[in-house]
Write a protein that binds this ligand. Structure first.
Ligand code: ALA
Length: 379
Protein backbone atom coordinates (compact mmCIF):
# COMPACT_ATOMS: atom_id res chain seq x y z
CA UNK A 1 0.00 0.00 0.00
CA UNK A 2 1.14 3.53 -0.77
CA UNK A 3 0.06 5.28 2.40
CA UNK A 4 -0.90 8.91 1.84
CA UNK A 5 -3.27 9.33 4.79
CA UNK A 6 -0.77 10.57 7.36
CA UNK A 7 -3.07 13.40 8.44
CA UNK A 8 -5.44 10.76 9.83
CA UNK A 9 -2.63 8.88 11.55
CA UNK A 10 0.99 8.42 10.57
CA UNK A 11 2.08 5.09 9.13
CA UNK A 12 4.46 3.40 9.30
CA UNK A 13 5.89 4.24 12.70
CA UNK A 14 9.67 4.29 13.14
CA UNK A 15 11.55 1.40 14.69
CA UNK A 16 12.01 3.48 17.88
CA UNK A 17 8.23 3.58 18.41
CA UNK A 18 7.82 -0.17 17.98
CA UNK A 19 10.77 -1.13 20.15
CA UNK A 20 9.76 1.12 23.06
CA UNK A 21 6.22 -0.27 22.99
CA UNK A 22 7.54 -3.82 22.87
CA UNK A 23 10.06 -3.23 25.66
CA UNK A 24 7.34 -1.73 27.88
CA UNK A 25 4.93 -4.62 27.34
CA UNK A 26 7.62 -7.23 27.93
CA UNK A 27 9.41 -5.69 30.91
CA UNK A 28 7.66 -3.02 32.91
CA UNK A 29 3.97 -2.56 32.04
CA UNK A 30 2.94 -1.98 35.64
CA UNK A 31 0.69 0.87 36.75
CA UNK A 32 2.61 4.15 37.00
CA UNK A 33 2.28 6.00 40.30
CA UNK A 34 0.10 3.24 41.79
CA UNK A 35 2.70 1.15 43.58
CA UNK A 36 6.15 1.19 45.17
CA UNK A 37 7.50 -1.81 43.26
CA UNK A 38 10.15 -1.62 40.60
CA UNK A 39 7.83 -2.03 37.60
CA UNK A 40 5.56 0.77 38.75
CA UNK A 41 8.56 3.01 39.39
CA UNK A 42 10.02 2.27 35.97
CA UNK A 43 6.62 3.03 34.40
CA UNK A 44 6.51 6.40 36.22
CA UNK A 45 10.04 7.19 35.05
CA UNK A 46 9.18 6.46 31.42
CA UNK A 47 6.12 8.71 31.64
CA UNK A 48 8.16 11.53 33.13
CA UNK A 49 10.89 11.11 30.50
CA UNK A 50 8.22 11.32 27.79
CA UNK A 51 6.96 14.60 29.28
CA UNK A 52 10.57 15.83 29.14
CA UNK A 53 10.93 14.91 25.45
CA UNK A 54 7.65 16.68 24.67
CA UNK A 55 9.10 19.67 26.48
CA UNK A 56 12.14 19.49 24.18
CA UNK A 57 9.95 19.45 21.07
CA UNK A 58 7.67 22.33 22.16
CA UNK A 59 10.14 24.32 24.33
CA UNK A 60 8.21 23.64 27.53
CA UNK A 61 10.54 24.07 30.50
CA UNK A 62 8.40 22.38 33.15
CA UNK A 63 7.41 18.81 32.09
CA UNK A 64 4.68 18.67 34.75
CA UNK A 65 2.65 21.24 32.82
CA UNK A 66 1.92 18.48 30.26
CA UNK A 67 -0.87 15.96 30.94
CA UNK A 68 -1.46 12.84 28.87
CA UNK A 69 -4.82 12.24 27.20
CA UNK A 70 -6.21 9.77 24.69
CA UNK A 71 -6.12 12.06 21.65
CA UNK A 72 -6.24 15.69 20.54
CA UNK A 73 -10.05 15.73 20.71
CA UNK A 74 -9.95 14.94 24.42
CA UNK A 75 -7.26 17.58 24.97
CA UNK A 76 -9.28 20.23 23.10
CA UNK A 77 -12.40 19.41 25.15
CA UNK A 78 -10.37 19.69 28.35
CA UNK A 79 -8.92 23.04 27.28
CA UNK A 80 -12.18 24.65 26.13
CA UNK A 81 -14.31 23.34 29.00
CA UNK A 82 -11.48 24.01 31.43
CA UNK A 83 -11.34 27.76 30.87
CA UNK A 84 -14.72 28.86 29.46
CA UNK A 85 -17.74 29.68 31.64
CA UNK A 86 -21.13 31.36 31.36
CA UNK A 87 -20.74 34.83 29.82
CA UNK A 88 -17.36 34.15 28.20
CA UNK A 89 -16.67 34.58 24.50
CA UNK A 90 -14.23 32.48 22.44
CA UNK A 91 -12.85 33.38 19.02
CA UNK A 92 -12.17 30.58 16.55
CA UNK A 93 -11.60 30.37 12.78
CA UNK A 94 -13.89 29.08 10.07
CA UNK A 95 -11.48 26.15 9.47
CA UNK A 96 -11.76 24.50 12.89
CA UNK A 97 -12.23 20.77 13.21
CA UNK A 98 -15.42 19.36 14.79
CA UNK A 99 -13.33 18.63 17.89
CA UNK A 100 -13.31 22.39 18.48
CA UNK A 101 -16.70 23.32 17.07
CA UNK A 102 -18.87 20.58 18.60
CA UNK A 103 -17.75 21.22 22.21
CA UNK A 104 -18.50 24.90 21.60
CA UNK A 105 -22.01 24.05 20.36
CA UNK A 106 -22.47 22.26 23.72
CA UNK A 107 -20.92 25.13 25.67
CA UNK A 108 -23.38 27.53 24.01
CA UNK A 109 -26.07 25.85 26.14
CA UNK A 110 -24.08 27.00 29.17
CA UNK A 111 -23.85 30.63 28.08
CA UNK A 112 -20.53 30.62 26.19
CA UNK A 113 -20.61 32.60 22.94
CA UNK A 114 -18.44 31.73 19.92
CA UNK A 115 -17.23 34.16 17.27
CA UNK A 116 -16.16 32.48 14.05
CA UNK A 117 -13.63 34.51 12.04
CA UNK A 118 -13.68 33.72 8.33
CA UNK A 119 -10.46 32.55 6.74
CA UNK A 120 -9.56 33.08 3.09
CA UNK A 121 -10.47 30.42 0.53
CA UNK A 122 -7.31 28.40 1.29
CA UNK A 123 -7.84 28.31 5.05
CA UNK A 124 -5.58 31.13 6.29
CA UNK A 125 -6.90 33.44 9.00
CA UNK A 126 -5.79 37.04 9.19
CA UNK A 127 -4.54 37.95 12.71
CA UNK A 128 -5.99 41.44 12.15
CA UNK A 129 -9.46 39.96 11.60
CA UNK A 130 -9.14 38.11 14.91
CA UNK A 131 -8.03 41.28 16.67
CA UNK A 132 -11.06 43.18 15.34
CA UNK A 133 -13.43 40.65 16.92
CA UNK A 134 -12.02 40.80 20.46
CA UNK A 135 -14.53 42.19 22.96
CA UNK A 136 -14.64 42.67 26.74
CA UNK A 137 -16.13 39.16 27.01
CA UNK A 138 -13.41 37.43 24.97
CA UNK A 139 -11.63 35.00 27.26
CA UNK A 140 -9.94 32.77 24.69
CA UNK A 141 -8.67 32.66 21.11
CA UNK A 142 -8.52 29.08 19.83
CA UNK A 143 -7.08 28.36 16.38
CA UNK A 144 -6.07 25.36 14.38
CA UNK A 145 -2.36 25.60 13.64
CA UNK A 146 -2.48 23.59 10.41
CA UNK A 147 -5.74 22.85 8.61
CA UNK A 148 -6.40 19.12 8.44
CA UNK A 149 -8.20 19.68 5.14
CA UNK A 150 -6.04 22.06 3.10
CA UNK A 151 -2.73 22.10 5.00
CA UNK A 152 -2.79 25.90 5.44
CA UNK A 153 -0.55 26.78 8.42
CA UNK A 154 -1.66 29.79 10.44
CA UNK A 155 0.77 32.30 11.89
CA UNK A 156 0.43 31.33 15.55
CA UNK A 157 3.39 33.50 16.56
CA UNK A 158 1.52 36.61 15.46
CA UNK A 159 -1.84 35.48 16.85
CA UNK A 160 -0.19 34.52 20.16
CA UNK A 161 1.45 37.94 20.32
CA UNK A 162 -1.84 39.74 19.85
CA UNK A 163 -3.57 37.51 22.42
CA UNK A 164 -0.89 38.48 24.95
CA UNK A 165 -1.22 42.21 24.16
CA UNK A 166 -5.00 42.00 24.55
CA UNK A 167 -4.77 39.86 27.70
CA UNK A 168 -6.74 37.00 26.16
CA UNK A 169 -5.84 33.32 26.61
CA UNK A 170 -4.42 31.57 23.53
CA UNK A 171 -5.07 27.91 22.73
CA UNK A 172 -3.64 26.05 19.74
CA UNK A 173 -5.07 22.91 18.16
CA UNK A 174 -1.86 21.25 16.98
CA UNK A 175 -3.52 18.06 15.74
CA UNK A 176 -2.00 18.43 12.30
CA UNK A 177 1.22 20.21 13.14
CA UNK A 178 2.77 18.72 16.30
CA UNK A 179 6.01 17.03 15.22
CA UNK A 180 5.92 18.27 11.65
CA UNK A 181 5.71 22.07 12.00
CA UNK A 182 7.80 24.08 14.47
CA UNK A 183 5.95 25.02 17.70
CA UNK A 184 7.52 26.97 20.57
CA UNK A 185 5.11 27.73 23.42
CA UNK A 186 7.25 30.64 24.64
CA UNK A 187 7.84 32.30 21.27
CA UNK A 188 4.22 31.70 20.23
CA UNK A 189 2.74 32.81 23.59
CA UNK A 190 0.69 29.63 23.84
CA UNK A 191 -1.33 29.17 27.02
CA UNK A 192 -2.89 25.83 26.10
CA UNK A 193 -1.56 23.39 23.49
CA UNK A 194 -3.62 20.37 22.45
CA UNK A 195 -1.86 17.66 20.48
CA UNK A 196 -2.24 14.02 19.41
CA UNK A 197 0.49 11.45 20.00
CA UNK A 198 -0.30 9.26 17.00
CA UNK A 199 0.13 11.70 14.13
CA UNK A 200 3.29 13.78 13.67
CA UNK A 201 4.72 12.69 17.03
CA UNK A 202 4.77 9.09 15.75
CA UNK A 203 3.33 7.32 18.79
CA UNK A 204 0.54 4.75 18.78
CA UNK A 205 -3.16 5.60 18.58
CA UNK A 206 -4.74 6.29 21.97
CA UNK A 207 -2.09 8.87 22.89
CA UNK A 208 -2.36 12.62 23.13
CA UNK A 209 -1.57 15.46 25.46
CA UNK A 210 -2.33 18.93 26.69
CA UNK A 211 0.06 21.64 27.88
CA UNK A 212 -1.38 24.19 30.29
CA UNK A 213 0.84 27.15 31.07
CA UNK A 214 1.78 27.55 34.73
CA UNK A 215 -0.64 29.83 36.57
CA UNK A 216 -3.73 28.94 34.52
CA UNK A 217 -6.29 27.43 36.84
CA UNK A 218 -7.97 24.95 34.56
CA UNK A 219 -11.30 23.38 35.61
CA UNK A 220 -11.49 19.59 35.47
CA UNK A 221 -13.85 17.66 33.26
CA UNK A 222 -12.85 14.30 34.81
CA UNK A 223 -11.91 13.65 38.43
CA UNK A 224 -10.64 10.47 40.05
CA UNK A 225 -7.61 8.53 41.17
CA UNK A 226 -4.28 10.17 40.54
CA UNK A 227 -2.00 8.06 42.72
CA UNK A 228 -1.45 11.21 44.82
CA UNK A 229 -3.20 12.75 47.88
CA UNK A 230 -5.33 9.58 47.95
CA UNK A 231 -6.36 10.20 51.55
CA UNK A 232 -8.20 13.36 50.43
CA UNK A 233 -11.65 13.52 48.76
CA UNK A 234 -10.47 16.44 46.64
CA UNK A 235 -8.78 16.46 43.26
CA UNK A 236 -5.16 17.71 43.55
CA UNK A 237 -4.75 21.31 42.42
CA UNK A 238 -1.34 20.85 40.79
CA UNK A 239 -0.48 19.69 37.27
CA UNK A 240 -0.48 17.16 35.79
CA UNK A 241 -2.51 15.33 38.49
CA UNK A 242 -5.24 17.96 38.39
CA UNK A 243 -6.34 16.85 34.92
CA UNK A 244 -4.76 13.40 34.59
CA UNK A 245 -7.06 10.99 36.45
CA UNK A 246 -7.14 7.24 36.01
CA UNK A 247 -4.58 4.82 34.63
CA UNK A 248 -2.75 6.32 31.67
CA UNK A 249 -1.95 4.50 28.44
CA UNK A 250 1.57 3.51 29.49
CA UNK A 251 2.41 1.29 26.47
CA UNK A 252 1.16 4.07 24.19
CA UNK A 253 3.19 6.68 26.06
CA UNK A 254 6.27 4.45 25.81
CA UNK A 255 5.67 4.27 22.04
CA UNK A 256 5.39 8.06 22.00
CA UNK A 257 8.73 8.25 23.81
CA UNK A 258 10.19 6.23 20.93
CA UNK A 259 8.54 8.46 18.32
CA UNK A 260 9.87 11.57 20.05
CA UNK A 261 13.43 10.23 20.14
CA UNK A 262 13.17 9.68 16.38
CA UNK A 263 11.83 13.21 15.80
CA UNK A 264 14.49 14.83 17.97
CA UNK A 265 17.21 12.90 16.12
CA UNK A 266 15.93 13.77 12.64
CA UNK A 267 14.72 17.27 13.60
CA UNK A 268 11.27 18.83 13.19
CA UNK A 269 12.66 21.17 10.53
CA UNK A 270 14.07 18.33 8.47
CA UNK A 271 10.74 16.44 8.66
CA UNK A 272 8.85 19.62 7.75
CA UNK A 273 11.13 20.24 4.75
CA UNK A 274 10.73 16.65 3.55
CA UNK A 275 6.92 16.78 3.77
CA UNK A 276 6.70 20.23 2.20
CA UNK A 277 8.92 19.12 -0.64
CA UNK A 278 6.81 16.04 -1.42
CA UNK A 279 3.57 18.04 -1.19
CA UNK A 280 5.04 20.65 -3.54
CA UNK A 281 5.90 17.99 -6.13
CA UNK A 282 2.40 16.51 -5.92
CA UNK A 283 0.83 19.96 -6.16
CA UNK A 284 2.85 20.74 -9.24
CA UNK A 285 2.09 17.46 -10.99
CA UNK A 286 -1.66 17.78 -10.30
CA UNK A 287 -1.80 21.43 -11.32
CA UNK A 288 -1.21 20.51 -15.01
CA UNK A 289 -4.49 18.56 -15.08
CA UNK A 290 -7.42 20.85 -15.85
CA UNK A 291 -9.91 18.29 -14.54
CA UNK A 292 -8.41 18.61 -11.05
CA UNK A 293 -9.22 21.50 -8.73
CA UNK A 294 -6.64 21.93 -5.96
CA UNK A 295 -7.98 23.30 -2.67
CA UNK A 296 -4.64 23.48 -0.84
CA UNK A 297 -2.29 26.48 -0.80
CA UNK A 298 0.46 26.57 -3.44
CA UNK A 299 3.84 25.10 -2.43
CA UNK A 300 5.36 28.37 -1.23
CA UNK A 301 2.50 28.79 1.26
CA UNK A 302 1.81 25.14 2.14
CA UNK A 303 3.33 23.87 5.33
CA UNK A 304 1.60 20.72 6.43
CA UNK A 305 2.22 18.13 3.72
CA UNK A 306 -1.41 18.08 2.57
CA UNK A 307 -2.79 18.36 -0.96
CA UNK A 308 -6.60 18.31 -1.15
CA UNK A 309 -8.34 18.06 -4.51
CA UNK A 310 -11.68 17.68 -6.27
CA UNK A 311 -12.17 16.03 -9.64
CA UNK A 312 -14.65 17.47 -12.15
CA UNK A 313 -16.05 14.12 -13.09
CA UNK A 314 -16.32 12.24 -9.82
CA UNK A 315 -17.41 12.29 -6.18
CA UNK A 316 -14.54 12.28 -3.69
CA UNK A 317 -15.58 8.96 -2.08
CA UNK A 318 -15.48 7.26 -5.49
CA UNK A 319 -12.02 8.67 -6.25
CA UNK A 320 -10.69 7.39 -2.92
CA UNK A 321 -12.28 4.01 -3.54
CA UNK A 322 -10.66 3.71 -6.97
CA UNK A 323 -7.29 4.82 -5.60
CA UNK A 324 -7.53 2.10 -2.97
CA UNK A 325 -8.90 -0.68 -5.15
CA UNK A 326 -7.04 -0.16 -8.41
CA UNK A 327 -3.82 1.53 -7.29
CA UNK A 328 -3.39 0.50 -3.64
CA UNK A 329 -3.14 4.14 -2.62
CA UNK A 330 -4.62 5.08 0.77
CA UNK A 331 -6.10 8.58 1.09
CA UNK A 332 -9.07 10.10 2.92
CA UNK A 333 -12.15 11.49 1.17
CA UNK A 334 -15.23 13.37 2.37
CA UNK A 335 -15.39 16.13 4.94
CA UNK A 336 -12.51 15.16 7.23
CA UNK A 337 -14.56 15.73 10.41
CA UNK A 338 -14.75 19.45 9.76
CA UNK A 339 -18.17 20.89 9.04
CA UNK A 340 -16.80 24.44 9.26
CA UNK A 341 -13.95 23.80 6.83
CA UNK A 342 -16.25 22.11 4.32
CA UNK A 343 -18.55 25.14 4.50
CA UNK A 344 -15.65 27.57 4.14
CA UNK A 345 -14.21 25.70 1.17
CA UNK A 346 -17.69 25.33 -0.35
CA UNK A 347 -17.36 21.56 -0.66
CA UNK A 348 -20.40 20.46 1.37
CA UNK A 349 -21.64 18.84 -1.86
CA UNK A 350 -19.27 15.86 -1.84
CA UNK A 351 -16.14 16.84 0.05
CA UNK A 352 -12.64 16.43 -1.31
CA UNK A 353 -9.85 13.89 -1.67
CA UNK A 354 -6.96 14.52 0.70
CA UNK A 355 -3.40 13.31 0.09
CA UNK A 356 -1.27 13.70 3.21
CA UNK A 357 2.41 12.79 3.31
CA UNK A 358 4.48 11.67 6.28
CA UNK A 359 8.14 11.37 7.26
CA UNK A 360 8.57 8.04 5.45
CA UNK A 361 6.97 8.75 2.08
CA UNK A 362 9.26 8.80 -0.94
CA UNK A 363 9.09 10.57 -4.26
CA UNK A 364 7.95 7.37 -5.94
CA UNK A 365 4.74 7.44 -3.84
CA UNK A 366 4.01 10.92 -5.14
CA UNK A 367 4.69 10.00 -8.76
CA UNK A 368 2.33 7.02 -8.52
CA UNK A 369 -0.39 9.12 -6.87
CA UNK A 370 -0.18 11.77 -9.59
CA UNK A 371 -0.33 9.09 -12.33
CA UNK A 372 -3.34 7.45 -10.69
CA UNK A 373 -5.22 10.76 -10.48
CA UNK A 374 -4.38 11.43 -14.10
CA UNK A 375 -5.93 8.06 -15.07
CA UNK A 376 -9.00 8.51 -12.89
CA UNK A 377 -9.67 12.01 -14.14
CA UNK A 378 -10.08 10.53 -17.63
CA UNK A 379 -12.46 7.70 -16.61
N1 ALA B 1 -8.62 14.49 12.22
C1 ALA B 1 -8.07 13.41 11.48
C2 ALA B 1 -8.13 13.62 10.00
O1 ALA B 1 -8.08 14.75 9.58
C3 ALA B 1 -8.51 12.07 11.93
O2 ALA B 1 -8.19 12.67 9.24
Amino acid sequence: VIYLDNAATTYPKPFETLIEHDECMRRYAGNAGRGGHSMSIRASEKIYETRELLGDVFNISSPDTIAFTLNATMSINMGLKGVLSDGDNVIITSMEHNSVYRPLVELAKKGVTTTVVDTDSLGFVSPGDIENKITEQTKLICVTHASNVTGAVNNITEIGGLARRKNVLFMVDAAQSAGSVDIDVERDNIDILAFPGHKGLLGLQGTGGIYVKEGINIKTIIEGGTGSQSESPYQPLYMPDRIESGTVNLPGIASLYGGLTYILKRGVKSIADHEKNLAAILYEKLSYNNKVKILSPPPDKNGAGIVAVRLDNMDSAKVAHLLDKNYKIAVRAGFHCSFLAAKTLKILDGGCVRFSVGPFNMINDITKAAEAISDISHY
